[in-house]
Design a binder for this molecule. Structure first.
Ligand SMILES: [Zn+2]
Length: 405
């Protein structure tokens, strides 16, 4: 990105209620002072001054879990096919394979979805990309090109995701290793017990590749009950043994939503001590991780859209503020501090889980921010105002749901 001159933003309302003026230099926040501070304008003359008019000014949202390669957003509508005997990952993967044969090119669908996220204010993203014996590296190659083409708009982390299992899909372990060499930032996994039916064998490959390539781990775990909890314990044990605290996430972790009392307390303490983040999208018809209890235990809980208009479900709009609303709604959050927690899940907690440097509204941070028609964070979470402007490195890139220029 080319160097950008100073820009002054006046009358920005921060999350703590303060009304401030902000200077952006070369894409970073270089000064923040109380609104009307004349010293700021004199010390850092700007070529442009933008009056934000007291709008709520928050950091860019963190889309912590999405599938850029399997969405049909912007493509033909694919009616949802229900599982024949209740939710079954293997069956859904088969439906997905069938749907994808008739889909528009990955590059087109991924671009549609990525831009959808940006216009709503996500400027950092973690996308899982199918890498397995069924598709090899085909999806990844397309997504790497999309990431490169959108580098100026959004930072994208890619997870090499074995959608068809590792041990049950021939050649997958080798493809995963290749994917990490090609540019994937993390290694993924999928229900080691119910899918590959070999927890140790599955995790040996995942953590072996993580160690070999020096990357983090983000595992899809739908398995519920004590089976799911057992897998979380196994993931935590490996994380601690390898000193990977802070580099491992478990996505979905539905099992955590099925326990309470001492069992949940023990799980929360274990996850916190292991530095494992938990991703939830507050799914419609599943138990899901108890956000407040986990945060209380010191666990980083972050959010993601997961599937948008794909073979898993038709929902999703790429708006992480709306996701905060869903997470708060399903969590029974009513008080301001709870609504602020839901907001944290899609902003600062997401940044911690993704290990983003230079995140937030502060001097030195990247000037990636969103201005919203809301008086404060709790109001933004319940009202989900669509009127918003998205700034990337201090430059407006989207307004009211449309990309600019
Ligand atoms: Zn997913």
């Amino acid at each position: 990105m080319t160097a950008l001159p100073n820009t002054h933003f006046t009358n920005a309302r921060l999350a703590d209620g303060a009304l401030v003026d902000i200077t952006v230099t070369d894409g970073r926040f270089s000064a923040i002072a109380p609104a009307g501070d004349s010293a700021l304008a004199t010390e850092t003359p700007a070529i442009e001054t933008i009056d934000l008019g007291g709008q709520l000014t928050v950091p860019g949202f963190v889309e912590g879990h999405i599938h850029l390669d399997t969405s049909f957003y912007g493509d033909a509508w694919r009616p949802h096919i229900p599982c024949t005997g209740g939710f079954d990952v293997r069956e859904r993967v088969a439906f997905q394979a069938r749907n994808l044969t008739a889909a528009a090119p990955i590059a087109v669908r991924a671009k549609n979805q990525l831009e959808l996220c940006v216009v709503h204010g996500s400027l950092s993203m973690r996308s899982h990309v199918m890498v397995d014996g069924s598709v090899g590296l085909k999806h990844l190659e397309a997504i790497l090109a999309v990431r490169e083409a959108h580098r100026d708009l959004i930072d994208v982390q890619l997870v090499a995701f074995p959608q068809s299992g590792i041990l049950s899909s021939l050649g997958t372990a080798e493809f995963l290793g290749e994917a990490l060499k090609l540019g994937c930032d993390l290694i993924g996994g999928l229900d080691p017990a119910s899918f590959d039916r070999d927890v140790k064998g599955h995790l040996d490959v995942v953590f072996g590749l993580a160690q070999k390539h020096g990357v983090g781990v983000d595992i899809h775990l739908h398995d519920g009950g004590t089976l799911g909890l057992f897998e979380i314990e196994e993931i935590a044990a490996r994380t601690r043994a390898l000193g990977m605290q802070g580099h491992v996430a478990v996505s979905h972790a539905y099992a955590l939503g099925e326990f309470s009392g001492d069992v949940l307390k023990k799980a929360g303490d274990m996850l916190a001590a292991s530095g494992i983040s938990i991703m939830t999208n507050a799914p419609g018809d599943h138990a899901f991780p108890p956000v407040a209890a986990l945060r209380q235990a010191g666990v980083t809980v972050f959010g993601g859209s997961d599937n948008i208009r794909d073979s898993w479900w038709p929902y999703g709009d790429g708006d992480m503020l709306n996701r905060a609303n869903m997470i708060g709604y399903r969590s029974g959050f009513y008080e301001d501090h709870e609504l602020e927690a839901a907001f944290d899940v899609v902003t600062y907690a997401g940044a911690r889980a993704l290990r983003l440097d230079n995140y937030g509204i502060g001097v030195g941070a990247s000037a990636d921010f969103v201005t919203l028609a809301a008086g404060h964070v709790p109001e933004a979470v319940v009202a989900v105002p669509k009127g918003r402007t998205v700034y990337r490195r201090g430059r407006a890139v989207a307004k009211d749901g449309k990309l600019l220029g």
